[in-house]
Write a protein that binds this ligand. Structure first.
Ligand SMILES: [Zn+2]
Length: 132
């Protein structure tokens, strides 16, 4: 597998990566209208509020769409499945699917988050509920 490039948290998404380090999937919630958003940002696109808090996601959702990515210089490595997962909370997150063969991925596949440690870099990944 190609090396994982560690995330570089900034003021907007530091809470997200801190949560991931503790195996929690945290979403940004507007403190005024209550809507969730992801990826994190400084302002609510619904009410323009700059106030926000966090809400822990249940970690379950479904595959909205996906693609299979093969690194050009590592053709012998297993391809990555890059997925857009729609969480039960209604927001979407780009991640990878693990514990499933690319040939078995289908739209609307029910998935759950799992936190994978890639040589010290913990990333939220998703796997099929009940196995592949
Ligand atoms: Zn809002």
């Amino acid at each position: 597998m190609p090396p994982v490039i560690p995330p570089v948290p900034d003021a907007d998404d530091r809470f997200f990566w801190d949560g991931v380090a503790h195996h929690k999937l945290l979403l940004q919630a507007c403190a005024d209208c209550g809507r969730l958003r992801h990826p994190p940002g400084p302002m609510c696109r619904h009410c323009n509020s700059l106030r926000w808090s966090t809400q822990e996601a249940a970690g379950r959702g479904h595959v909205y769409t996906w693609l299979v990515s093969q690194h050009p210089t590592q053709q012998d490595a297993a391809p990555r499945i890059v997925a857009l997962v729609e969480l039960e909370e209604g927001v979407r997150i780009v991640s990878n699917l693990v514990d499933v063969d690319a040939a078995h991925v289908v739209n609307d596949m029910t998935v759950e988050v799992t936190f994978v440690d890639y040589e010290g870099t913990v990333l939220p990944q998703f796997r099929p509920v009940g196995g592949s």
